[in-house]
Design a protein around this ligand. Sequence first.
Ligand code: ATP
Ligand code: MG
Ligand code: MG
Length: 559
Amino acid sequence: QGKRWAGTPGPAAIHEQAPKDTARIRTRFPPEPNGYLHIGHAKSIILNFSLAKDYGGLCHLRFDDTNPEKEDQEYVDTIKDSVKWLGFDWENKEKDYCNLYFASDYFDYMYEFAQALIKNGDAYVDEQSPEEIAQMRGNFKELGKDSPWRNRPIEESLQRFQEMREGKHPNGSMALRAKINMQSPNINLRDPIIYRIRHATHHRTGDAWPIYPMYTYAHPIEDALEGITHSICTLEFEDQRPFYDWLLDKLRELGFFKDPLPKQYEFARLKMKHIVTSKRKLLKLVQDGFVSGWDDPRMPTIVGLRRRGYTPSALRLFIDRLGVSKADSVIDYSVLEQALRDDLDPVANRAVAVLDPIKLVITNLPEDYEEACFAPINPHNPDAGKREFPLTRELWIERDDFREDPPKKYFRLFPGNTVRLKYAYVVRCTGFVKNEQGEVTEVHVEYIPDTKSGTPGSDSVKVKGNITWVSTKYAIPATVNLYDRLFTDEFPDSGDKDFLASLNPNSLQVVNAWLEPGIDVMPGNQWQFERLGYFIADKDSTPEQPIINRSVTLRDSWV
Ligand code: ATP
Ligand code: MG
Ligand code: MG
């Protein structure tokens, strides 16, 4: 059980409440509200929230909004939405807690702690330019050199820091640095900058602050204020851990925090083939119109995956299958797709659709013939019952289910061959009609009586092909979006590659399809279209204008 975040108690008070909670562990998911969440974030969300849940703890949703220029309320809203959609919550009315936090609520503390560090001789204001500071820090081979401002009097640094806070100095003219060790082999300990001047409007604090804390300074403080026990981050932060511990040790010495202090743990970030996840690159795809928006079903964003038909449970299954480790690996896109198939197969209702239609005429049926056919709604769940649709004289079938000159091992329709119309009769192909361009426009068949599926004589005629169909009279017309990978290159942005160069020109194919009558095309409804794959009604789908997105094909056909 936690406590509702109530106003602004002093740091000690915030710290007091956490260890007294019965929550044994506290984790956090700390997004920066500067973009939409992607599949990599899903890994972090699932990891942090599940860990807390499995060990009787709590997970905080914390917006790490310490970087004003690129942050926005729009992003705060979509991030909240995506976390909830994934099935996690930071709020429990019954138990009276709301673990939703904003780093910007801690700016006063961060400032106060920085002053205390200066007074303690652990920080100083450096008036070199950002370039000079960077240069003097050295690199992997070369140790750093002390700044001429490093040993300036404490009073002077305090004074300057105060002026920075009052907005008296321009961006980049000076910065507050932790005073650690310019000769440390770990470059992150060579007096890192902890505050910089940014005359920028913040989406929550407005113009109250002309200075902002650096992420590496802010993050440990946020964790400690909230009583986080396990601060889980990606491997790039491994080299920051000594600073994380240095800072919290200092602040404990200064009396702001008590043991137990949070500890940082690292795991390998999720990397996948055929996608980009950099916010800058995703934004470019959106802004330059390469996709229709952040929620384009080809985007690796959570909103995009959702619109594509990915379910929260499929994403959790995917992340579970990958496991958590420190070993870097790159995941094949097909692993994600297989998780979706495995998730949907037991639950998805079945239906029939014809994506590339050609007309089939059953010449030995009368014009107005109608006969009900039945099929399971879900073969894994007999209790779901049957669906019903009519057989008529004229049907739509897939163009690919007929060949004038069949290749070897082609068991579908060709002149003289017999196939089963799934859930209906066996038919024999008797001919076809071509237009002036030589394209086949109609296939003619005769049905064989007494072969209807589910009747005693149904297997009296053996066939190898089983094809799907819909009645031309009753089928529902729909726009179907067939998606493929957005990038043809496995590693679209590795090295110095231009990621736009491998955009797949065929990543979206729009077709006019026919759907089984009676299906409900309300946005969000999902089906397995038999033989074709899993599909979802798009958010813009209406009964008048159904729009259906293909989530994934039935088998991995990507080479
Ligand atoms: P940017 O894309 O600007 O580099 P970011 O990916 O770090 O930012 P944040 O909003 O800071 O995005 O990320 C929030 C959390 O999600 C962080 O704790 C980060 O470790 C985690 N995260 C981000 N990308 C991945 C990924 N690919 N795999 C696992 N976790 C990730
Ligand atoms: Mg970040
Ligand atoms: Mg990122």
